[in-house]
Design a protein around this ligand. Structure first.
Ligand code: COA
Length: 331
């Protein structure tokens, strides 16, 4: 018999590489400009791994250790490590296995979740469900991507958007059933995968992209299609979270959004009449960090005391797959 329980957010952590790549740096190697990038995306600069070895592994370990430190626990106290990523250095083993070992969590279970930019929210949702099912007591959930290592820097439509980052949380079983994930969604539309994909074999390249120069292992994106998908889905996902929980924007401390493009976030703020102080936008500093972005925002907000205990917050993300996800968390 499963004993009802809650899930406590015991610690958060994040990490970004030291190297900053500004729009002006990109304008020196590409036909683009600071103005164009800033106006279309809100991005001014991003952090990139710049050839540093093993970036997803290293950023995940740093963010994970910081979350463990805040939680006041050791790696050996963790039962399971879940890592949302699509840019890990190897498909086998999963990056989560190496992160678990490096943090001293062996023999905790470990696996990666490939849900692109939705990876952190998927990981938190799965972690909460596993703890509530009584299968784990303490889970380290991480979202991390180093998209700079899988971007073609001759492709100005993709390379301007992305940076590298990791965000992590320690989630632990607690007696108060009102704590943790009160509502969650995880969705996908695989029929439209070709709008955002990373091919490893030439035969998988879709018809619409065959005439273009493709670098295997690099991210391909149809920006206009992704924009349309994101702008509509983003609003729907946030609306759905409010409707299904009966919460209003006054009840939540923050709506933590995947940082894909400032215009996409701006459109949600306007259409849903969200107060600006409840929607962090840090894309100007970090770009789109894929699975890293929501965890990076959560850590920034948590450390600034902007996700107080006793008040729920919402996390929403969308990305390649196409995937999208939400999580209403009672802290
Ligand atoms: N610098 C300067 N000009 C550029 C450029 C760049 N980096 N990238 C494209 N352009 C040009 C295009 O060639 C095009 O020129 P043309 O009119 O002469 O043909 C023009 O700018 C408009 O291109 P378009 O692709 O329509 O731009 P856009 O307004 O759609 O902006 C994105 C492009 C990528 C910023 C935008 O589509 C976007 O943000 N999409 C969503 C991406 C996203 O969120 N991805 C991650 C999802 S998790």
């Amino acid at each position: 018999m499963i004993q009802p329980c809650g899930v406590r957010l015991a610690g958060t952590g994040s990490a970004v590489p030291d190297t900053t790549l500004t729009n002006n740096d990109l304008a020196r190697i590409l036909d683009t400009s600071d103005d164009w990038i800033a106006q279309r995306t809100g991005i001014r600069e991003r952090r990139v791994s710049a050839g540093a070895p093993d970036p997803v592994f290293n950023l995940s370990c740093l963010a994970g250790q910081r979350a463990l430190d805040m939680a006041g626990v050791k790696g050996s106290d963790i039962d399971l490590v879940i890592l949302g990523t699509v840019s890990g250095e190897m498909l086998c083993p999963s990056t989560a296995c190496r992160v678990a070992a490096a943090l001293g969590a062996t023999p905790a279970g470990a696996f990666d979740i490939a849900a692109a930019c939705s990876g952190f929210v998927y990981s938190v949702n799965v972690a909460d469900s596993i703890i509530r099912a009584g299968r784990a007591k303490r889970v380290l959930a991480i979202g991390c991507d180093a998209i700079s290592s899988v971007v073609d820097y001759t492709d100005r439509t993709v390379s301007i958007l992305f940076g590298d980052a990791a965000g992590a949380v320690v989630l632990e079983r607690c007696d108060d059933p009102a704590k943790g994930c009160r509502y969650q969604t995880m969705s996908a539309d695989g029929a439209n995968w070709q709008h955002l994909y990373m091919p490893y074999r030439p035969d998988i390249v879709p018809e619409c992209d065959r005439a273009n120069p493709i670098r295997l292992g690099n991210l391909r994106m149809n920006g206009r299609e992704v924009y349309k998908f994101a702008v509509n889905r983003f609003r729907e996902v946030i609306e759905d979270a409010f409707q299904k929980t009966g919460l209003s924007v006054d009840d939540v401390s923050q709506v933590i959004c995947h940082q894909s493009n400032a215009r996409i976030i701006e459109s949600a703020i306007e259409k849903l009449n969200l107060p600006r102080e409840k929607v962090l936008v840090n894309i100007d500093r970090y770009g789109n960090t894929s699975a890293g972005s929501v965890g990076l925002c959560l850590d920034e907000l948590n450390r600034a005391g902007k996700t107080p205990d006793g008040q729920p917050f919402i996390m929403v993300a969308f990305g390649g797959g196409l995937t999208w996800a939400s999580c209403v968390w009672d802290k």
